[in-house]
Design a protein around this ligand. Structure first.
Ligand SMILES: Cc1ncc(COP(=O)(O)O)c(C=O)c1O
Length: 387
């Protein structure tokens, strides 16, 4: 089945992007800032009680950061390099959370010196580093969550700790002179099962109650991370449904007096705003009788499409060629055999698709430019235009 463009972009937006795309040589990404603006408003409508901390890693372009800053967003920062970027744009340290649980002591100190007072952790060694380098700061502990099988890009295992350890860390935080402030979780990026938030919020509730009863610690905040959906081939519920359900889960556990709620959206704000435009470099078959073609294009895993690893994220691919489709393997331009985007999941490509035709990779605004290698096989990093 060919993809239906209108399921991903309205005519106006596509024409705006196409007009820009027609002026440039492939490969490049075009990002429509109006779409991000709308997505931000939609998130605020869905979660009017939440504070939004944009996960800068999804797309750290100044155009995106400035837009979101002007809309009142806060920022979830992963490294000192992201910190420098957002501060240079005039973001205030009070609007920043250092969300990475893996960090050098001297970088924590640099955050502290710039005025940042909100830190994530999930281990004792990191907590002790924070206590030394950022005394008196607010701490939230990231817990492990379920849901890795229903998230297209799971984040569990590497980050977070078990509930018991989270409680011990918050008690230790107080002993070390820090402020035990809250709990965070991330149910996995592109999480298709809304129930994953239900289970995570229930765990948080237990931690809030037990810390209060057993240690007299009253936590103030829940950071629910990202995980909200972008529009790829594999369908999800709408953001509105996510918001309604997650709000219900929160109210079931915490009643009407919700703690401070933080969201850290990345993908759901940015992905749908971008189209990566590539060109077909070669179409071939591996034998005279082979039933499938190989379509090689001038972008690949190393130039922005790393999330095709294990075919995790299935980007909708649009071409202006029409007619009968035939299954194709889709691969990138480098001399690396890992540079195959889709082989098991069969994309239908028009039989008349030819060298030089353009492919439009939809919903590619997030996690593409920032993942692109800088010189693999000599190819330059993915260029991007923000309109
Ligand atoms: C700590 C943290 N918060 C938020 C996000 C953004 O998640 P998503 O893109 O699913 O919205 C990530 C993604 O890796 C993350 O690591």
């Amino acid at each position: 089945m060919p993809i239906k463009l209108e399921e991903y972009f309205d005519r106006d937006t596509f024409s705006r992007i196409k007009e820009c795309a027609d002026q440039h040589e492939t490969p490049f990404l075009v990002v429509d800032l109006k779409t991000i603006d709308r997505a931000y408003d939609e998130l605020v409508d869905g979660f009017p009680f939440a504070n939004i901390y944009y996960a800068v890693k999804a797309n750290p372009a100044n155009e995106v950061l400035s837009l979101l800053k002007n809309k009142g967003s806060n920022f979830d920062i992963a490294s000192i390099y992201e910190l420098e970027k957002v501060l240079a744009l005039g973001v205030k340290p009070e609007q920043i959370s250092f969300g990475n649980t893996i960090k050098k002591s001297r970088h924590i100190r640099a955050f502290y010196e710039k005025g940042v007072r909100l830190y994530a952790t999930d281990s004792e060694a990191d907590l002790r580093n924070i206590a030394k380098a950022a005394p008196g700061s607010k701490i939230y502990v990231r817990i492990l969550t379920e849901g890795s099988t229903t998230a297209d890009w799971p984040l569990s295992r590497k980050f977070g700790c078990q509930t018991d350890m989270a409680m011990d860390l918050l008690v230790l935080a107080r002993e070390l002179g820090l402020v035990p402030y809250g709990i965070s979780f991330h149910v996995g990026s592109q999480q298709r099962d809304i129930g994953a938030w239900d289970a995570a919020i229930a765990k948080v509730k237990v931690i809030f109650e037990r810390l209060k009863e057993e240690d007299g610690i009253e936590l103030k905040m829940i950071n629910m991370g990202g995980g909200f959906p972008a529009n790829y081939l594999t369908k999800t519920n709408t953001l509105k449904t996510y918001a309604e359900e997650i709000t219900r889960f929160l109210q079931e556990d915490f009643g009407d007096e919700l703690p401070e709620i933080i969201l850290e959206p990345g993908r759901s704000l940015i992905a749908n705003a971008g189209i990566l435009v590539s060109e077909v470099v070669l179409v071939s078959r591996k034998s005279h009788t082979a039933l499938e073609r190989w379509v090689f294009t001038d972008v690949g895993k190393f130039s922005g499409l790393i999330e095709t690893m294990d075919e995790s994220i299935k980007f909708p691919i649009y071409t202006e060629k029409k007619g009968e489709l035939e299954e194709a393997v889709i691969a990138g331009p480098t001399c690396d055999s890992a540079d195959i985007m889709y082989e098991n999941y069969k994309y239908g490509m028009p039989l008349n698709l030819a060298i030089g035709d353009r492919l439009y990779w939809l919903s590619t605004g997030a996690y593409t430019t920032s993942y692109s290698a800088i010189e693999f096989n000599g190819f330059p990093p993915l260029e991007a235009f923000y309109i």
